[in-house]
Ligand binder design. Structure first.
Ligand SMILES: Cc1cc2nc3c(=O)[nH]c(=O)nc-3n(C[C@H](O)[C@H](O)[C@H](O)COP(=O)(O)OP(=O)(O)OC[C@H]3O[C@@H](n4cnc5c(N)ncnc54)[C@H](O)[C@@H]3O)c2cc1C
Length: 419
């Protein structure tokens, strides 16, 4: 991407400053590259702040600190509140003459629920997981101005992965917390989460029924043994697969025992129930699993009414103008290098590529691609000093536009949500 006048230093731009992005930044900063980080939010923590539920108090703090340490470095230029695709285009960034561009933008689009017409009911009896969890993580902040979501008792959750169990947990904690507080009893979320609902209620000599709470219902289209709650080893033998299935069943049972919700396996949503402009529930059919696929059993359809339906069936990258898609994902040449097809010098890393909702997996991929980019740049002439200065000027203009003075610590302290 760079031309070959007198050498300056490599200049790399990373979009998204969270787990994967900040790890790549650490690799670049270590080698003395000018490293620019464009982040859409005031804070760079991504799904650690807005996905991982807020009861993970210690883990969230640890991950924030790790990200801060990687971004708060002399040759890193942080540009908050700047969204690629809204405030700046990929085309514009590519015109700067950077050495490389890394897309660590995560997976923020909920995979569409395959029920015809359901999206017409978004926020009218139907939510997707990502905005709901965002609300849960932030709604207690005194200056929270985001959309308000409800968490009524009896909500249906469609899912089966770990994130859907967190959605279930949020619903149960909200319903039981509300019911306890209404009776003047302690219903503090962190305490309920830590002890579990069963143990917390046992200690009070109460049951869900005593509180008038029915609990939410999780529907999964395959068998418990297929739930992606635990990964089998690579190239697993049939015995290892069976063992993984047993572990998955045990994990789910522990979760059911602790949080007291209802679960139905082998059920897929096949239609919706509407009342006026509100969603009033879903039609489910039973399935059987054939070659790993959930196949609808004819004649098994039934209606399930609920005050709310939440779809939690996975997150995929938001499309970016200028990046070709392959199905739900960016079209990349090789997962190990993150090279984006058709755009030399552009790389994708983290959740955007792995599709896995896992901090360690994002971190490892961020490092893998970061190191690959360093290797790629060894054979590329660095942009000349005049170009680097021009890039610095463009970055400064972007920082000034959002009121960022260049002092990372000071900025982070100012944008910390009020407790
Ligand atoms: C409900 C839930 C529970 C979870 N629980 C766990 C758990 O218990 N353990 C675990 O290991 N993992 C868990 N995860 C997953 C984990 O949080 C993520 O996999 C990981 O944090 C992703 O890191 P990332 O850097 O790849 O992506 P992200 O954190 O998504 O980072 C992407 C960054 O890019 C920014 N960005 C996106 N688009 C743009 C744009 N156009 N312009 C500028 N900036 C942009 C975002 O603001 C964000 O900062 C959970 C996730 C969820 C949703």
């Amino acid at each position: 991407m760079a031309n070959s006048e007198a050498s300056g230093k490599q200049a790399v731009l990373v979009v998204g400053g969270a787990v994967a992005g900040s790890e790549a930044v650490a690799q670049f900063a270590r080698r003395g590259f000018l490293t620019i980080v464009i982040e859409q939010n005031p804070r760079p923590y991504g799904k650690i702040e807005d996905g991982l539920p807020r009861w993970h108090v210690k883990l969230r703090r640890q991950e924030y600190d790790k990200i801060d340490a990687k971004l708060d470095q002399p040759n890193v230029r942080f540009v908050p509140l700047t969204k690629l695709g809204r405030d700046i285009t990929l085309e514009e960034i590519l015109s700067w003459g950077l050495s490389a561009v890394c897309l660590a933008v995560g997976a923020w689009r909920d995979r569409p629920l395959p029920v015809a017409g359901i999206d017409a009911y978004i926020d009218r009896g139907f939510y997707y997981q990502n905005p709901f969890v965002y609300w849960f993580n932030h709604y207690e902040e005194p200056d929270f101005k985001g959309p308000k979501y409800d968490a009524p008792d009896g909500t249906i959750v469609v899912g089966g992965g770990l994130a859907s169990l967190d959605v279930v947990k949020i619903l149960q904690l909200e319903a039981v917390g509300r019911a306890l507080k209404a009776r003047g009893l302690p219903g503090e979320m962190l305490e309920l989460e830590h002890k579990g609902i069963k143990r917390s209620l046992d200690a009070l000599g109460l049951t869900l029924a005593d509180l008038g709470v029915k609990g939410c219902i999780l529907y999964y289209r395959r068998r418990v043994e297929d739930m992606p709650l635990q990964e089998p080893p690579d190239n697993a033998t049939p015995e290892q697969m069976a063992k993984t299935g047993t572990v998955r069943r045990k994990l789910l049972q522990n979760f059911l025992d602790k949080y007291l919700f209802t679960f139905h396996e082998r059920h897929a949503p096949v239609g919706l129930i509407a009342e006026g402009d509100q969603l009033a529930g879903l039609k489910f059919a039973e399935t059987e699993v054939k070659d790993g696929r959930a196949v609808i059993k004819p004649g098994t359809e039934k209606e399930v009414r609920a005050p709310l339906v939440i779809s939690s069936i996975g997150s995929i990258p938001e499309p970016l103008q200028g990046i070709e898609m392959k199905g739900e994902l960016f079209r990349i040449k090789d997962e190990n290098t993150g090279e984006v097809e058709g755009l030399p010098g552009v790389f994708a890393l983290g959740n955007t590529v792995t599709g896995k909702g896992n901090i360690q997996v994002s971190l490892t991929h961020g490092r893998l691609v970061g190191l690959h980019v360093c290797e790629y740049l060894r054979d590329q002439p660095a942009p000349p000093p005049t170009k680097v200065a021009a890039i610095e000027a463009k970055v400064k203009a972007l920082q000034e536009k959002v009121g960022y003075s260049g002092n990372y610590k000071e900025w982070i302290a100012n944008v910390e949500p009020a407790a």
